[in-house]
Design a protein. Structure first.
Ligand code: ATP
Ligand code: MG
Length: 328
């Protein structure tokens, strides 16, 4: 069983990324052949600074390694080091429906928030993402709920390719975490916690110090009620219940029972304490890993070699099936 997922190196990663994606990555190493990449080519689809991007790639890499990605037990690399992704993106664009891309909610959200340029790259982002996964003929894609639509699109692309050119690609399944597939912003609980679109106070960063985590969680927006139960009219409390369930390996119903009769103050403090304990091991290991950029580059280089060995075979098969380039 092959697992593939990518994560953007935009800014610092947050608790939503950790619960929705990173914790699944770590666990995936025990379940199958796991392949993970830092998608720097996706990050260039919105406004960015080249020098800052390189730094963010290292930040994200050190975060993932601190979280428990082990380059001996998974393939871990930087997307732009494996050129097959971009070639496959173009080839797959021939079997991607324009109409489908116009329906992608991520494009609608992100294009609305761009001040200067809505790039064509932002529009074809899901085709590059399809290429990322299909290049490895992955069976499973661990992501948060916001990426479900993109995984459905890549399934369509793989199936359309196979129907048109013969059985070549694998249509992957989405894998969402049991709890916490969509962690919401603590200040705006109707929006997902997000690297680029969130509020600073409503976003708990993986590397936030304990005081900051406590402040953000204690000042999170809740309703005027007093019961710790989930409900459509209680998005803030529902979100905190999901967070506590996810970080304490429990279920939302168990959390509701546990806090029956207790007030919001005590509950928020318990959420803060649990989140701090959950993220502590990552913070402890991060600085040392981040300090050695040479070592991070070595990890990337070794990972890219392994990744390329797989992706090159798929791209060659795709070229053959499509009848482009020299005959092999
Ligand atoms: P951006 O807002 O710029 O898209 P992001 O916060 O969504 O950034 P990504 O790198 O795009 O970060 O996403 C990495 C992974 O984290 C993806 O699998 C995504 O589904 C997951 N993820 C992102 N936000 C959340 C969230 N709020 N809850 C759960 N999972 C999330
Ligand atoms: Mg995202």
């Amino acid at each position: 069983m092959r697992i593939f997922s990518g994560i953007q190196p935009t800014g610092r990663k947050h608790l939503g990324n950790y619960i929705g994606a990173i914790s699944q990555y770590v666990e995936g190493q025990d379940r199958g052949d796991a392949i993970y990449c830092i998608v720097d080519l996706h990050a260039i689809t919105v406004a960015y600074e080249p020098a800052a991007l390189r730094q963010s790639v290292y930040d994200t890499a050190a975060t993932l390694l601190a979280a428990g990605l082990d380059p001996d037990r998974c393939i871990f690399f930087r997307q732009a080091d494996v050129r097959e992704h971009t070639e496959l993106c173009w080839l797959l664009s021939a079997v991607t429906a324009y109409g489908e891309l116009t329906r992608m909610t991520q494009f609608k959200d992100k294009s609305a928030s761009q001040r200067e340029l809505v790039s064509a790259g932002l529009f074809i982002y899901p085709v590059l993402q399809a290429a990322d996964v299909l290049a490895y003929r992955a069976h499973e894609v661990p992501v948060g709920e916001d990426q479900r639509q993109h995984v459905e699109l890549m399934r369509d692309v793989a199936q359309r390719f196979n129907a048109r050119f013969g059985e070549t690609l694998v249509a992957p399944e989405v894998r969402l975490p049991a709890v916490g597939a969509r962690i919401m912003d603590l200040q705006f609980p109707d929006r997902k916690m997000s690297t680029t679109g969130g509020s600073p106070q409503g976003t708990v960063l993986v590397l936030d110090d304990p005081d900051t985590v406590t402040k953000k969680i204690r000042s999170s927006v809740t309703d005027s009620g007093s019961e710790v139960v989930r409900g459509p009219e209680k998005p803030g409390i529902t979100n905190l219940i999901e967070i506590l369930a996810a970080v304490s390996d429990s279920t939302p119903s168990e959390i509701e029972r546990q806090f029956d009769g207790q007030g919001y103050g005590a509950f928020k403090q318990a959420v803060a304490d649990a989140v701090i304990a959950y993220l502590a091991p990552v913070r402890e290991r991060y600085d040392e890993l981040r300090a050695d950029e040479g070592a991070l580059e070595q990890v990337f280089a070794a990972g890219a070699d392994k990744a390329r060995a797989i992706a090159a075979g798929t791209v060659a098969d795709v070229r053959d099936a499509m009848g482009v380039g020299a005959v092999r």
